[in-house]
Ligand binder design. Sequence first.
Ligand code: AMP
Ligand code: GLY
Length: 425
Amino acid sequence: MNVLVVGSGGREHALCWAIAGSALTDKLVCAPGNAGIAALARCVAVAATDLAGLLTLCRDEAIDFVVVGPEAPLVAGLADRLSAAGIKVFGPSAAAAAIEGSKVYCKELCRRHGIPTAPFRVFADATRARAYVRERGVPLVIKADGLVAGKGVVVAASEDEAVAAIKAMFGGQFGAAGQRVIVEDCLIGEEVSFIALVDGRHCLPLAAAQDHKRVGEGDRGPNTGGMGAYSPAQALTPALQGAVMDRIMRPAVAALAAAGRPFVGALYAGLMLTADGPQVLEFNARFGDPECQVILPRLRSDILPALIGASDGMLASVDLRWRSDAALCVVLASRGYPGNHARGEAIRNLAAAEALPDVLVFHAGTARREGRLVAEGGRVLGVTALAPTLRLAQRQAYAAVDLIDWPGGFCRRDIGWRALAVPER
Ligand code: AMP
Ligand code: GLY
């Protein structure tokens, strides 16, 4: 079958890597892709948000099945447009993707259905929001309602920080996405990413992963898209995993179906494991990145029949097998990320890193210019290693990172620290 993957990050490289290995794949196309994906798929320069361009591409390339990576085209209705054109798609409708596109929708859905999440209030003006901050007391978390590429959340330890965030959001920092603002209680605990394939009714969990959202070692500094990840997430014990399925994932899938917005695609719950049990920080309507770069390498089964099964409403008959190996991914980013960063610097010696056993290098912000591989984005590479233990995977991933010659890049040196701080089981 002819498959199109939409997107250009490390997540899409990992998806292309897995789909290219499927027995069902005849042709793999990626829009727009990146320099790494170009080794596996035909990359076509159509932006992930160019819905009309993607529909034309599907016709030109006789695409049978589309896998959508990022949230923006989903929220804009790409899956709806493809379905209307008779093209099979893995990814939710715009109505179902609202679970990520509107944090207010997500929080209210959780509240209505008793899905555990931090107590919150929604505000449409700064004065009332400020008054609530004073009444409730810090720490509090301030969130813009709409999609702002992961930048719309401020964890405020002081009243001044909370008030400044409210002012910035209502002042238009995020445009329309900041017209409504959530103020919620701050949860304490360890974060895990729980992703399930969903076919509208059934929910098939993937291996859990842990992300490292802060830019600095020891989880300090500003939030990023994710600086590294590992799987399995030991903090999520089998008992907790059962609780997440029973209290969070299945109720969310049922709630969306009952609202007339059946969810088809990858449903990602960002969870805080609190003393009172797992609580929802957010839902995303897609695979996580870099989580995808550690989850897919651990998958023994062919991913494509599972994605098609989700799209066909047939997940109940799909079973996934996993390797017992752990996977750990270190993200290399351009110096300055998540703020302003340079572009166009050459990256050398990648082949040496890729030649190490059980190492996969996924590209995110890379391009090829005059035959040279160059850094283009904020997050540029994801270096994943698989090994029998997480500690060995960490050692191998950093051994590969150290072979890459890219002076303008940086990474966190402590990916996996929370799991490795406790003695290995
Ligand atoms: P979100 O985009 O909602 O996942 O928020 C981004 C990050 O902010 C999360 O990964 C958490 O680290 C943090 N965060 C969000 N909500 C809360 C909360 N209620 N309590 C503590 N931290 C939070
Ligand atoms: N790694 C976080 C995310 O994909 O949203």
